[in-house]
Write a protein that binds this ligand. Structure first.
Ligand SMILES: Cc1cc2nc3c(=O)[nH]c(=O)nc-3n(C[C@H](O)[C@H](O)[C@H](O)COP(=O)(O)OP(=O)(O)OC[C@H]3O[C@@H](n4cnc5c(N)ncnc54)[C@H](O)[C@@H]3O)c2cc1C
Length: 369
């Protein structure tokens, strides 16, 4: 039996210290709430995330803009895509009212969130994994495991911001609507010689059974990911480095970009879930969910982090106003808008009409209309 420690108390307990949990905790702590954030703290895969220009007002509103600017992230002035036609097209951010986007150093971004939380007086249960939760008389008891010790946390309100793990809402038995089975096989590529292609911005290239992305990290390495359906043939092939490389060699522009700069795969591939899915309900009596735990997006949108911060902020406002219904409605509206945009983008690619990957998405759009 594991040793037990004394009971912690909080007005609000937040499970997960990613962008959603951090935004919610910061907003609530600044309003005077006693907030405890728990995070199991496992190492996250290197995905080469970027932020679109629209992230600027969101970070400003959260009071993190100055910190963000000194975080070593690389400005990105546009993206490139090969989608719907065989030529590569560039879309630049010049028309955005917020200027450029950013290529993130995700570790430093997470460290920035951590620093802001500590300054705001948020208690952080680092390395604390949520095991169980129950409610009695309008309060919650969470069981946490931290360093072999089980501890109880008593809270008035709980937020699930545990990302795709959605640990808390799973325990509460909240159902989920899943719109596709997208998964990614993601590799980090390091330049062999002195020359690297450090051009920031995401590049995507559609392929017969999915699509590829490449993203330059601020340190000169490149992240490349193959996105396809979990049950498809190429998804199985992409599980091994050889299969992944063979599929990569079938791309047109990305293959050339890697060959020109002599990049080599560094370490094992990471297999990540990337489906679009949402909870049946985003909030209930004394609880709500934010970020990927509530509603997950296709990485094609590059909006996961911005959406997570927005959701965390909105959740905090609704909790502070004691009006979670507002949050439920806002989330429903946001996700319905996302679904239409998302499937609309897949509808632009019609070159592989016989491919189950593309057919599924085209059919889903017809059903949505
Ligand atoms: C291939 C790929 C590429 C992507 N590219 C981009 C991009 O370019 N731009 C972009 O904006 N987004 C991108 N995303 C999405 C982005 O990474 C996520 O949307 C974002 O991190 C979600 O934030 P979050 O706070 O909801 O969850 P997370 O950042 O996942 O944080 C969840 C936290 O909960 C903790 N946790 C989990 N379980 C428990 C538990 N039981 N107890 C305690 N803590 C727990 C975890 O340790 C973690 O710290 C990409 C995703 C993928 C898969």
């Amino acid at each position: 039996m594991m040793p037990r420690k004394s009971r912690l108390r909080a007005d609000v307990a937040v499970v997960g210290k990613g962008p959603a949990g951090a935004a919610a905790a910061l907003e609530l702590a600044r309003r005077g709430a006693r907030v405890v954030v728990l995070d199991r703290g496992v190492c996250r895969p290197t995905l080469g995330e970027s932020l679109p220009p629209g992230a600027t007002p969101v970070l400003r509103q959260l009071g993190l803009w100055e910190r963000f600017l000194s975080g070593g992230h690389a400005p990105a002035y546009g993206n490139r895509s090969t989608w719907g036609i065989s030529d590569r097209e560039a879309s630049d951010f010049i028309r955005s009212p917020w200027g450029n986007g950013w290529q993130l150093d995700r570790r430093r971004f997470d460290r920035m969130l951590d620093g802001a939380l500590r300054e705001a007086g948020v208690e952080i249960g680092a390395g604390a994994r949520l095991l169980e939760c129950s409610s009695h008389g309008g309060r919650w008891t969470l069981s946490l495991q931290s360093g072999g010790v089980v501890q109880q946390l008593d809270a008035g309100f709980v937020i699930d911001a545990s990302g795709r793990a959605r640990r808390l809402t799973r325990l509460l038995g909240i159902g989920r609507r899943v719109y596709d089975r997208l998964v990614g096989a993601v590799g980090v590529l390091a330049p062999v010689g002195e020359v690297c292609d450090a051009r920031p911005g995401i590049e995507i290239e559609a392929s017969p059974d999915g699509w590829w992305y490449a993203s330059a990290l601020p340190d000169g390495r490149l992240v490349a990911g193959y996105m396809t359906d979990a049950d498809g043939e190429t998804g199985k092939r992409a599980r091994t480095s050889d299969g992944w490389k063979a599929l990569f060699d079938q791309t047109t522009h990305l293959r050339k970009r890697i060959a020109d700069h002599d990049y080599r795969l560094q370490g094992p591939l990471q297999r990540v879930a990337a489906d679009s899915s949402r909870l049946e309900r985003f909030a209930g009596d004394g609880w709500c969910a934010a970020g990927d735990a509530a509603a997950a997006h296709d990485p094609l949108s590059s909006h996961g982090i911005t959406s997570a911060v927005c959701a965390g902020t909105h959740a905090a406002h609704a909790i502070a106003a004691d009006h979670p219904v507002d949050y439920e409605e806002w989330m429903r509206h946001e996700y319905a808008y996302y679904l239409a945009q998302w499937l609309g983008y897949y509808a632009l690619e019609r070159r592989w009409a016989g491919s189950p990957f593309w057919q599924r998405r085209h059919r889903a759009l017809e059903q949505l209309q």
